[in-house]
Ligand binder design. Structure first.
Ligand code: SF4
Length: 228
């Protein structure tokens, strides 16, 4: 009984979610998938188990923050820091830290043992997110702190602000906003269907139904409705 009720709780929470703004986590991701999220296009339902794993990630963040908050060598200037309000994008960094000399944005990521062991450098999508935090929150350096969910081992990488990368990420989002407002579905990512994003994409079924280039959303919506 409890299992079904808990699963339902997570699934209902997911269904009610509507996207009206870009999030920092969208940076560098497939524009077509983000477009579909904005338009509430039909998607594969995520398993309740996966949604619970996201919550578990939040819990791990709290565990990491606890020692940082009581430490002498590092000062937590602020935790759960929202980027300043502006039109394009929303996001919340885990913390801003000071070592007495420099300020750092901290972003904590948790992962399973297999991925953790093979990690020799920060993941590109995590660097993208951190770069946007650095841009909007001002520090020139950030730390990506990876936590092995199974063993609690840690790895950290210091990343410097890269204005060129930020500009390119923001330009992609600005371009996508124009397409969302004009109802133009962006083209597929060039590595479709082998890119890791396609493998985990909840829109892969409808993505297959259109061609790889830009498509008019209103026409495509009719096609989806006719097939359902
Ligand atoms: S299947 Fe791949 S190309 Fe298509 S929307 Fe998803 S991530 Fe983008």
């Amino acid at each position: 009984m409890l299992r079904e009720l808990i699963n339902q709780y997570y699934l209902d929470k997911q269904r009610d979610r509507e996207q009206r703004h870009f999030y920092v986590s969208d940076a560098g991701k497939c524009s077509r998938a983000i477009f579909f999220k904005f338009k509430k296009a039909p998607r594969e339902e995520m398993e309740a188990r996966i949604l619970r794993l996201f919550d578990h990630g939040d819990y791990i963040h709290q565990l990491i923050m606890r020692p940082l908050l009581s430490m002498r060598g590092i000062h937590v200037v602020a935790s759960e820091v929202n980027i300043p309000p502006q039109e394009l994008i929303r996001g919340r960094a885990d913390a801003v830290l000071s070592d007495g000399k420099d300020l750092y944005v901290l972003d904590i990521k948790s992962m399973n043992s297999m991925i953790f062991k093979s990690l020799t450098q920060p993941k590109e999508d995590h660097i993208n997110q951190l770069q946007l935090y650095l841009h909007f929150l001002d520090p020139q350096k950030g730390i990506l702190l990876y936590v092995n969910k199974d063993t609690q081992e840690l790895k950290e990488f210091v990343v410097s602000y890269d204005a060129k990368r930020v500009q390119s990420l923001l330009n992609i989002l600005k371009d996508l906003k124009i397409k969302i407002d004009a109802n133009i579905i962006p083209q597929r990512i060039p590595e479709w269907p082998d890119n890791w994003q396609c493998k985990y994409c909840s829109f892969k079924e409808i993505c297959k139904m259109s061609n790889g280039g830009e498509v008019n959303w209103e026409d495509f919506k009719k096609k989806i409705e006719a097939q359902s």
